[in-house]
Design a protein around this ligand. Structure first.
Ligand code: F6P
Length: 512
């Protein structure tokens, strides 16, 4: 098995952070002094291997910059499925300061761990959509087995002073699997998606065990207070944890800290990208194809949580009740194909094709259609340009951990003539972006009303709302988010005496 050289000693780089945003007080782009930090080991199902182009999705957006800046080891699935996966050693590729260590999955593992249990059970369950789960006991077993295998393969790569950060629902039992391999390092876990109430979780018989295994981490982070509260309730009800003051749980004599760390984007950087791309050909062509029309934009993966059918129902209700909008608006809905081997995703694709066809047939004219539905993804730069061109951003998931598209839509706007964000109350982003038009996506009339309000909103109100939204995201960044989490993880480790290098600045920050 490949072993990596370790050059890691000392304390983490957490001494100069803004206590609320996690931003560094010195330049973010100044490289950290080599050897001044504990090495970071990130473990996630997807690994954005160098050379495969930018990866869409919240996890990559959140972590790419942090890893590039901080360096470390990123371990997970290679994205390849091969029948010899379990016989092959870990593959290591180095790019800059990051070592990417990956393993393949066998076809059965991919089918059962990734499609069957992660995306067929945990994804809908944690999004509070238990009616969509397709539970199979063998899938659950193989999910646990893959986590055990991943732990055994990464354990020899972990050095004594490394900080370990595990990500997302594919890897809930990994903290316990790592401990079983003798890994005593501080382990943090961040859940990018929501966490459901215990009575919903109980639809999958394994949830008590999974929560127990996750509680082998030292710090468990969530996107919102609601997710953290649901997890604390599940930990007490299903895993026998006891709540202590200060978001702490006691489990078998160990303390586990919980925390809320909303994922952020780099707003200024995205604004620059949007401005530059608004002048490029794909955006110019889009605008030219919409003479005299206002663009309403939706950008999502094709996923049952995203509320795509409800969005079409809202547009239908608008056109039924206010036909004067005919010919004056177009909804461009990107619904990028995703997880197409999972039954609920295939069913959604069929339903979406049917509903969009019906809408266009019922309301369309020879020279105008209300909806353009596109099932392939759009690269992030072009998406940024589209967002700047749109008058209305429709981000209306039925449930969402955060939804970075909502934050990106805000960042992409022209401050002099900004578009309006219509945002689901059930997206984590609604906690911060409460100056958006907040809607319940299940209520087609409310969706139609929000569309009317957005389409007729005065410039002054658009500017006021946009400014409030931008203020909520401007001084935050993915780097700050990562630093906040890691600082918290390190503080716990220092408190437990796990690291000898317990110097003053770390403690000063910990107590701020
Ligand atoms: O946290 C959700 C997430 O893992 C994001 O990284 C991304 O939006 C999406 O799901 C990617 O899904 P998949 O890895 O199944 O393609």
């Amino acid at each position: 098995m490949t072993r990596l050289p370790f050059s890691i000693r000392g304390t983490a780089d957490v001494t100069e952070l803004h206590p609320r945003t996690g931003d560094a007080t010195r330049s973010e782009h100044a490289p950290a002094a080599p050897g001044s930090m504990n090495r970071l080991v990130v473990i996630s199902n997807r690994v954005p291997l160098p050379g495969i182009g930018p990866r869409a999705g919240g996890l990559a957006v959140a972590l790419d910059g942090l890893m590039e800046k901080r360096g470390g080891l990123w371990f997970g699935w290679s994205g390849t499925v091969s029948s010899t996966a379990t016989d092959r050693p870990v593959q290591v590729t180095t790019a800059g300061t990051v070592d990417y260590a990956t393993v393949d999955l066998t076809p059965e593992e991919h089918d059962r761990y990734y499609n069957g249990f992660s995306n067929g059970v945990l994804w809908p369950l944690l999004h509070s959509m238990p009616d969509l789960i397709q539970y199979d006991r063998t899938d659950a077993q193989i999910y646990r087995d893959v986590n055990t295998r991943l732990a055994a393969q990464v354990a020899p790569l972990i050095g004594p002073d490394d900080l370990i950060w595990v990500h997302d629902y594919h890897l809930l039992p990994l903290p316990a699997a790592l401990r079983a391999c003798g890994v005593a390092n501080p382990i943090g876990f961040f859940l990018h998606i929501p966490f459901a109430a215990p009575e919903i979780l109980e639809a999958a018989p394994d949830m008590g065990d999974l929560v127990t295994h996750l509680l082998e981490a030292d710090l468990v982070g969530f996107q919102t207070e609601g997710d953290m509260a649901n997890f604390a309730a599940a930990a007490t009800l299903l895993a026998g944890a006891v709540r202590l003051p200060g978001n702490t749980l006691s489990v078998n004599g160990r303390r586990v800290l919980l925390g809320v760390f909303p994922v952020e984007i780099h707003a200024q950087e995205f604004a620059g990208q949007a401005e530059a791309n608004a002048r490029k050909l794909p955006v110019v062509r889009l605008r030219q194809s919409l003479p005299g029309q206002t663009l309403i934009l939706g950008l999502d993966r094709l996923d049952p949580t995203k509320g795509l059918l409800q969005r079409i129902a809202g547009l239908r209700r608008l056109l039924e009740t206010q036909p004067e909008w005919k010919r004056r608006i177009t909804l461009l809905q990107v619904a990028a194909i995703s997880r197409k081997e999972v039954g609920s995703y295939r069913a959604l694709r069929a339903a979406l094709d049917r509903e969009s066809g019906n809408l266009n047939a019922d309301f369309g004219e020879p020279d105008w259609l209300p909806l353009r539905l596109i099932s392939h993804g759009v690269d992030r730069a072009t998406a940024a340009g589209f967002m700047r061109t749109a008058r209305v951003g429709l981000v209306t998931p039925l449930r969402d951990g955060m939804n970075l598209v909502a934050k990106e839509f805000v960042a992409a706007q022209n401050p002099a003539d900004p578009g309006v964000l219509i945002l689901s109350r059930f997206a984590g982003a609604a906690q911060q972006l409460d100056a958006a038009l907040l809607v319940n996506p299940h209520d087609a009339d409310a969706m139609a009303e929000a569309l009317t309000t957005a389409l007729t909103m005065s410039l002054a109100e658009r500017q006021d709302r946009w400014q409030a939204l931008y203020n909520a995201i401007e001084h935050r960044s993915p780097l700050g988010w990562g630093r906040m989490f890691l600082a918290q993880l390190l503080r716990g480790a220092v408190r437990r005496g796990r690291f000898e290098h317990n110097d003053e600045p770390v403690r000063a920050y910990a107590e701020a």
